[in-house]
Design a protein around this ligand. Structure first.
Ligand code: CMC
Length: 367
C-alpha cells in the first residue's frame, strides 16, 4: 500500500541511483552487495561466459527474419540446455553457480544477436573491455572488428539509463514469470529450460509484454485529442489501459517514478519521444478519473519504459526481451533459493474438481 520495493532490504530508489545491474544481481543471488574484489571476480566471470556456442548462433539464424525476438530469445535460452548437460546437476551448489553465471552472461548476447539477425546485421562478439551494459549496447549497435566503420561508443547517459532499467526489472517477489521459474525448477529441470518457461510467462501482454503493448497503444491513440475517446473505450470494457494497474501496488509503483525521471534524462540525449505527450496526458486524465481512482490503478513499471527503449532505437518487439535480461537475475536467485530450501517439494497446486462425477463411457453412436 505504501509503494515500497526493496531488494534484500535495500530500497529500489537507492539501488537505482547508486548501484549497477551486476552489483544488484550479486546482491539478489548472494544476499549481500559484493566487496570490490568480489565484484571484480564476478565481472570477470561474466565476461568469460558471455560468448555463445557457434551452434546457438546457427540456431538463431534458423528463424525467419521477422520472427518476434522474444520467441527467438526464449527458444535459444532453452536450447542452451543441450549444450550444458552439467546443468542437470541442480542439487550441486558449485554447478548451480556456474549455470547462474552462464545465464546472466549469455542472455544479453542472445538478445543482441536476435536483434542483429532481424536487421540483417552480422554478429558482434562480446568486448571484454566494456561494462556489462556497455558491452550489450556494443553487441547491438557496434561493428565486427576489421570493417571500415568508425568504432561505436555507447553514450554514457544511455548506458546508465539501461543499467537502471535492468536494476528496476531485476526481481519482484512471486510475479507470474518468477512463479513459473520456481514451478518448473521444482521438478529439478535444469535452469536453462526453467528460464525459457519463465521468459514465456513474461512474454504475455499482461506481464512483461505490457511495455510493448503500451507503445502500440500510444501509437494507436496517435494524438492527445483522441485520448478522451480511448479512455471511454477502456471504461466501457472494450480496451485495457496498458501500463496501468498492478496486482500488488495499489497506491503507486515506485519503479514507475524512477523510470519517469530516467526518461527525461534520456530524452535530453535522444530528443523527446513524440509519444511522450500522449502518455503524460493519458496519465493525467486517468489519475483524475473515478474509474481508475476507485480501482486504484496507477502507472506501473511498464508505462514509461517503452518510451525510453524506443527513444534509444529499440523496436517494440525487443522491449520484453530487455525486461527478460534484467529479470534473469531475479529468476536465477529465486530458483537457487527454492532448491536450497529443504522443505521444497515439487510444485503441485491442489485441484478442486467441480465437474461430472463417476460415469460410464458412452459409445460414439449413443452421444
Ligand atoms: N485498464 C483498465 N481497467 C483495469 C486495468 C487496466 N490496465 N487493470 C485493472 N483494471 C480493472 C479491471 O477491469 C477490474 O475492474 P472491475 O473490478 O470493474 O472488474 C479492476 O480494475 C481490478 O482489476 P484486476 O483484473 O482484478 O487486477 P489484477 O490484479 O488481476 O491485474 C494487471 C493486474 C497488472 C494484470 C492489470 O492491472 C492489467 O491488466 N494491467 C495492464 C497490463 C499491464 O500493464 N501489465 C504490467 C503489470 S506490471 C509489470 C509486470 O508484471 O510485468
Amino acid at each position: 500500500d505504501r509503494g515500497i520495493l526493496r531488494y534484500r532490504g535495500y530500497p529500489i530508489e537507492q539501488l537505482a541511483e547508486r548501484s549497477t545491474f551486476i552489483e544488484t544481481a550479486h546482491l539478489l543471488i548472494h544476499g549481500e552487495l559484493p566487496t570490490s574484489t568480489e565484484l571484480d571476480e564476478w565481472s570477470e566471470e561474466l565476461v568469460t561466459q558471455s560468448t555463445l556456442p557457434e551452434n546457438i548462433k546457427h540456431f538463431i539464424e534458423g528463424f525467419q527474419r521477422d520472427a518476434h525476438p522474444m520467441g527467438m530469445f526464449l527458444s535459444a535460452v532453452g536450447a542452451l540446455s543441450t549444450f550444458y548437460p552439467d546443468s542437470k546437476n541442480v542439487l550441486d551448489g558449485g554447478s548451480r553457480q556456474t549455470q547462474i553465471t552462464r545465464l546472466i552472461a549469455k542472455v544479453p548476447t542472445i538478445a543482441a544477436y536476435a536483434h542483429r539477425y532481424r536487421t540483417d546485421a552480422p554478429y558482434v562478439s562480446p568486448d571484454p573491455n566494456l561494462s556489462f551494459v556497455g558491452n550489450f549496447m556494443n553487441m547491438l549497435n557496434g561493428h565486427p572488428p576489421g570493417g571500415s566503420e568508425s568504432q561505436y561508443r555507447p553514450h554514457p547517459e544511455l548506458e546508465r539509463a539501461l543499467d537502471i532499467l535492468f536494476i528496476l526489472h531485476a526481481d519482484h517477489e512471486q510475479n507470474c514469470s518468477t512463479s513459473a521459474m520456481r514451478g518448473i525448477g521444482s521438478s529439478q529441470a535444469d535452469p536453462f529450460v526453467s528460464l525459457a518457461g519463465a521468459a514465456a510467462a513474461l512474454y504475455g501482454p499482461l506481464h512483461g509484454g505490457a511495455n510493448e503493448a503500451v507503445l502500440r497503444m500510444l501509437a494507436e491513440i496517435g494524438s492527445v485529442s483522441n485520448i478522451t475517446g480511448f479512455i471511454k473505450r477502456v471504461k466501457d470494457g472494450e480496451r485495457r489501459l496498458m501500463g496501468f494497474g498492478h496486482r500488488v501496488y495499489k497506491s503507486y509503483d515506485p519503479r514507475a517514478k524512477v523510470i519517469k525521471e530516467t526518461a527525461y534524462r534520456v530524452f535530453e540525449v535522444t530528443g523527446k519521444n513524440p509519444l511522450l505527450d500522449i502518455a503524460l496526458e493519458l496519465e493525467r486524465i486517468a489519475l483524475e478519473d473515478d474509474y481508475f481512482v476507485s480501482r486504484r490503478l496507477y502507472p506501473n513499471v511498464d508505462f514509461y519504459s517503452g518510451l525510453i527503449y524506443e527513444a534509444m532505437g529499440f523496436d517494440a518487439g525487443m522491449f520484453p526481451v530487455l525486461f527478460a535480461i534484467g529479470r534473469t537475475a531475479g529468476w536465477v536467485a529465486q530458483w537457487q533459493e527454492m532448491l536450497k530450501d529443504k522443505e521444497q517439494r515439487i510444485a503441485r497446486p491442489r485441484q478442486l474438481y467441480v465437474g461430472e462425477n463417476d460415469r460410464e463411457y458412452i459409445p460414439m453412436d449413443q452421444r
